[in-house]
Design a protein around this ligand. Sequence first.
Ligand code: ADP
Length: 465
Amino acid sequence: MRVLVASSEIYPYSKTGGLADFAHALIKNLRKKGINAMGITPLYKTIDKEKFSIKSTGMSVKVILEQREYIFEIFKSEDTYFFANQELFGRDYIYGPPGIAYADNDIRFGGFSWAVSKAVSEGIIYADVIHANDWQTALIPVILKEVFHSSVKTVFTIHNLAYQGYFDSRLVYRLNLPPHLYHMEALEFWGLTNLLKGGIVFSDFVTTVSEKYATEILTQEYGWGLEGVLNKYKFKLKGIINGIDYDTWNPETDSKLWFRFSANSIEGKFLNKEKLCEIYNLDPSKPLISFISRLSYQKGVHLILESIKDIAYLDANFFFLGSGEYEQAFSDFANIYKNIRVSTKFQDELSRRLFASSDFILMPSMFEPCGITQMIGMRYGCVPIVRKTGGLEETVKDIAEGGYGIVFDNPTKGEFMCAIKRAIDLYDNKEKFIEKVKTVMTLDFSSETMAEKYIQIYKSLIRAI
Ligand code: ADP
């Protein structure tokens, strides 16, 4: 069975968030289980072709967008196809500078989806199943079905319903798609074109990244206006919790750590903390609470910003590593408080060192489809402090209920501060704290289980032909 996983980001080639981790873990674990799986993604300027041995296949695809011809050259690494077009992807960022989206993202990702669909339909790249992800690749199932009448089966995964890719009403025309697609049963959405909606309507199977989120998105509170469409298609919707790749995220082998460690030999974790505290001039005897995230409303940054003066007086250290729209707000208090450190931009190496050094990982999200950060944090021995929503609710059980984390319910400053104080109290009870650190390190969030569930879906779709 040949499966193509189409994604606008795939780790380690490109990454802005959990989508990249998901795509990498899925491709890797499908291959491990004997599936002929390949990734398929744009070749961004930021991808190092030499480092990853990415070579030209000599093949290319032409598509017409805005009445012009665009040529996508096809490159390949061991596990991924890359579609190159200098004008669309030869830029400094994947989606745009922090907090800003490139104005032509519709053409960039619509064009990519066209090119992938054409390459597959014309047999340039063979596939039995294409697994598309989020709005950037949502047009693949649409184009395969409605333009090429292809028999290739499609799975579409929603990683975050808050990002639907809506554009103007003329996009169908600009992307040279059949005009009937601008219809309320297809891509039309309140006078706009909604790409994610197309993925839901036209794919053979729809998944989202936790069971909890699969039920939440059917409600008005979490449906972002698509709850009606999702309820209509819920017969083909399933929630499958993401996992993390246990080779990529392994404190025993992670070459970026100063000291490596495991649940059985935890001393290295404390040595990492000492080193980090020395570099950032923090007192290592205090609990270290870290937040590693996109700086967006979804991640509950307003709770942090509202509480900043209160946490500055706590007997704990805080490290915020984040990129995105609130970078300036965080940078403003970077060096003001003696117990708070801030680092902006996306920094893989620093994130790993922080996971290894921190006592707690903080995720006060307003909503969270799955959340990868808390899983990585736990694998690296951080006790999670999370809000009870979506994938966070599914993966973190509160200590008060016999679990291993700190969970709060309402997104208010009061409950947020109360959760932080509970964490500090836990840290003060050394024996209990170490026991929880060891517990979280031995939980199973491996992506193998996730890959197995996707294989069952692919097989059922192929059997149905
Ligand atoms: P989302 O996909 O919604 O951004 P997830 O928790 O699912 O959130 O995944 C986020 C991923 O991105 C994790 O691997 C996390 O470690 C990583 N990450 C987020 N911000 C940064 C940053 N500034 N530097 C390095 N890694 C980051």
